[in-house]
Write a protein that binds this ligand. Structure first.
Ligand code: FAD
Length: 457
């Protein structure tokens, strides 16, 4: 018998339940990746992620070849392609991981029906792209948790399935054609400092993180210049790393750093279970606040300044330039830039979320949209009207200004506290830093506008 294993956001060989089940139940498997036309059409085909995806696919193919197999790649309508491959291979079953977005849910249903019509079965495996399946824990009165703390308490009490070893051999039947693997070389508009993808790279980073980084995580994770977080998010997004294995290995390490780190990974599951239960939250407000976000020419100018990192607030600009340069941004920086756009400039969170998705290599519909909603106060934040003051954030999380000097070259020579408020320089000194813009908004005015808009004056 033959099975098809459909890889989606689980581009790895270690701890891969669909692959394991297929290998256990059949003589041969077709490892398949379909570049889903609908995902591209929905605006997810951003260059940084396509490049990272190409790395992941090449690495997966190499790993399969070491084991006697190879990856089959197709593009088009995912359901049509899977059915075609299953027919070519004369496969009885298809195995894949479950996923959380509305698109993923609909796609899974269509695929089940289409395969069923041909007498084939679809097996969908949970806890492949998340640690726990969405819905594994629920409160008494709802189908999902809307507040993180009680979710995390329950999540922490659950047993996590064992991580699986990578297979030793993979036998692929002859005669199933593949398109060439996509490469990085035909992509333009990549961030110059983009990280490399692939399972090998992910596992190297994980090993280094467990050895050198995780112990200090509780104390250092908010230090912008220190850059002391794991940077595993793109690997988790593409599933080059299993979140289940990650949690087991972090817990085995133990200590306050590991505990704080695993708590952060639980946020990922938390957002997944919110989106899975409320798929519309990817575009619609999770909690309607009746915001009348700013629009018009002035708002457009502010949006452009925010995107390009020239708002005149150095900490915001440093973060936005890091995003453009690396396709990645520190969590603290994501929080303060999102608060700045949605609350200080009072611009619709969807505008910011779109820009992040255009650039983030870890850009993820659940994590991005739900974090944006959290920052905008339309999501699951239990204090939705709090506003992060960029100056207070800068003094706390970049006390020496090293992060600003790294990313804002106009201010690289500016020592001392004015690095966070260059508008306070006077005379010759101000002239020296003239290339750096004045603030686009007065913080007090921004705050008043937000309070008025939310009816909380
Ligand atoms: P670490 O601090 O090392 O954390 C380990 C892992 O935990 C991360 O890799 C990530 O998978 C998870 N994690 C950490 N913080 C969060 C969080 N707040 N929510 C969900 N998961 C978390 N993360 C994405 O993966 N994709 C996104 O598109 C994304 N967009 C965001 C947008 C905004 C406005 C905000 C505030 C946060 C966003 N995040 C997103 C969450 C978080 O900023 C990143 O996961 C984190 O910065 C990645 O860096 P790291 O791997 O070094 O994290």
């Amino acid at each position: 018998t033959t099975s098809v294993v459909l890889f989606t956001r689980d581009l790895r060989l270690h701890d891969h339940p669909p692959l394991r089940a297929a290998l256990d139940g059949s003589d041969a498997v077709v490892p398949l990746f379909v570049r889903d036309r609908a995902v591209d059409a929905a605006g997810f085909a951003a260059p940084n992620r396509l490049a990272f995806l190409a790395d992941c696919l090449h690495d997966l193919d190499a790993g399969l070849r070491e084991r006697g197999g190879h990856l089959v790649v197709r593009s088009g309508d995912l359901v049509d392609q899977v059915c075609a491959v299953a027919a070519e291979a004369e496969a009885d079953e298809v195995h894949m991981a479950s996923d959380v977005s509305g698109h993923a849910h609909r796609r899974e249903e269509r695929l089940r029906d289409a395969l069923g019509a041909g007498g084939r079965r679809l097996h969908v495996h949970d806890a492949v792209t998340t640690v726990l399946a969405p819905g594994a824990v629920t409160p008494a009165s709802s189908d999902h948790f809307a507040v993180f703390t009680p979710y995390h308490r329950r999540w922490s009490e659950c047993s996590v399935r064992e991580a699986l070893a990578a297979p030793r051999k993979v036998r692929v039947p002859d005669g199933v054609g593949s398109e060439p693997l996509p490469g990085r070389s035909d992509l333009t508009g990549l961030s110059p400092g983009l990280a490399a993808g692939g399972e090998r790279e992910a596992r190297k980073r994980l090993t280094a993180w467990l050895r050198d980084g995780i112990t200090g995580y509780a104390d250092r994770h908010d230090d912008l210049a220190g850059d002391d977080t794991s940077r595993l998010s793109p690997h988790l997004h593409f599933g080059a790393l299993s979140p289940v294995e990650l949690v087991h290995r972090a817990r085995a390490k133990g200590g306050a750093g590991a505990e704080a780190f695993v708590r952060q990974v639980a946020w990922r599951d938390f957002h997944a279970q919110v989106l899975s239960a409320r798929p519309r939250a990817s575009t619609a407000d999770y909690r309607t606040r009746h915001d009348r976000w700013r629009t018009g020419a002035r708002a457009d100018e502010d949006i452009a300044a925010w995107k390009e990192g020239r708002t005149g607030y150095p900490i915001v600009d440093a973060a936005m330039r890091q995003l453009r340069h690396e396709g990645w941004m520190h969590n603290r920086a994501r929080l303060l830039t999102a608060s700045f756009l949605t609350k200080t400039l009072y611009v619709d969170w969807r505008v910011g979320a779109r820009h992040f998705l255009d650039l983030l290599v870890d850009g993820d519909v659940a994590n991005n949209q739900m974090n944006w909603q959290w920052a905008a106060g339309t999501g699951t934040d239990t204090r939705p009207h709090r506003v992060l003051n960029p100056l207070t954030q800068a003094r706390r999380f970049d006390p020496d200004g090293a992060y600003v000097r790294r990313w804002v070259p106009e201010l690289a020579g500016l020592e001392g506290r004015y690095v966070h408020e260059p508008w306070r320089l006077t005379g010759r000194e101000r002239a020296e830093y003239d290339a750096y813009p004045d603030p686009v908004v007065d913080l007090g005015e921004g705050l008043d506008r937000f309070k008025r808009a939310r009816g909380r004056e």
